[in-house]
Design a protein around this ligand. Sequence first.
Ligand code: HSE
Length: 430
Amino acid sequence: MMRTRPLKVALLGCGVVGSEVARIMTTHAGDLAARIGAPVELAGVAVRRPDKVREGIDPALVTTDATALVKRGDLDIVVEVIGGIEPARTLITTALEHGASVVSANKALLAQDGAALHAAAEKHGRDLYYEAAVAGAIPLIRPLRESLAGDKVNRVLGIVNGTTNFILDKMDTTGAGYQEALDEATALGYAEADPTADVEGFDAAAKAAILAGIAFHTRVRLDDVHREGMTEVTAGDFASAREMGCTIKLLAICERAEDGASVTARVHPAMIPLSHPLASVRGAYNAVFVESDAAGQLMFYGPGAGGAPTASAVLGDLVAVGRNRLSGATGPGESAYAALPVSPMGEVVTRYHISLDVADKPGVLAQVATVFAEHGVSIDTVRQQGKDGEASLVVVTHRASDAALGGTVEALRKLDTVRGVASIMRVEGE
Ligand code: HSE
């Protein structure tokens, strides 16, 4: 039965995502009301620039005083699409204190302060939903938190940043270098004027922290995530990857240790076999591969950014939270009961592709192989190409710990016959 009193929704931020949320709320008002069981009414929109013309939004709803808006006390749901840590954190906390449930798309804030925000939501008996915070339109939070709640997730391996996937895909398909591909991404609007958050992996690391926390029922903060950007990936790395039947992706990897006693979360570029489903994720698309005990392998794919796709995830949360409001219930909150320790990067075990520039003379290969053996790192393949007394040596290892590999590389650098370590790339997804 339809309730006639509408659910009052306030929007914090009316940029690319917020304006799409408002548009869909208006154009799909009838369907949303039928799905929730009550109409939803836009009760206020907090913006920074009030004079900007916002099509479809009643100017009387627009305010620059976000604090007063969230303190009104009659709001059912506050949608936060401002991003960043402050003032978003204070506004969300204040909204919860004043009785509203919150839908947020704020990955940085959730990755940094998720536990405190969940605690505030629980204290006030309200919901905190954030499907849009990870991989835009792709349903991930709800599948991990609800659909897979009866399973045991062991691994989440994903491309969760569209900008970097666009750049790496360009480098792969055209042979372009990093800068050339970045320039194209900027010209096409995929990369921001300051691309640091994307290309240095900060954006993906925040998403990895959120995914790992939910997947492993453990608090994982941004600081727990090992992060390496992709600015050092070269056209030569792609050539090496191709020789191995691989491509290179910036991956967010959240793993349960083999003994199940700890977890790790990391973001870095890695080679993956062309046969892996993530290798075929092109352009600015995102995809996340989940491995669990009972379900086996699952893959989630779609647009990870953009106004309408991100608004789709926000609206899904709005419907879920609206239904909870009407039934007087709250949805699932934080689940961190497992409280597994998050291990440092040194304990991560994977395979490596190492390119060395060496002197081409008798005994060099033996010397290099000895260093690997001394550090307990087993070699899978070695390929050497010599030219004018110098050679390029490519070593692919079996699985080894990051600490053991780090020690190996440090020792290799000290050998007179090793002129340089040209590149080190992890090999994942095998
Ligand atoms: N900048 C991100 C990306 C989208 O390129 O995927 C927002 O997280």
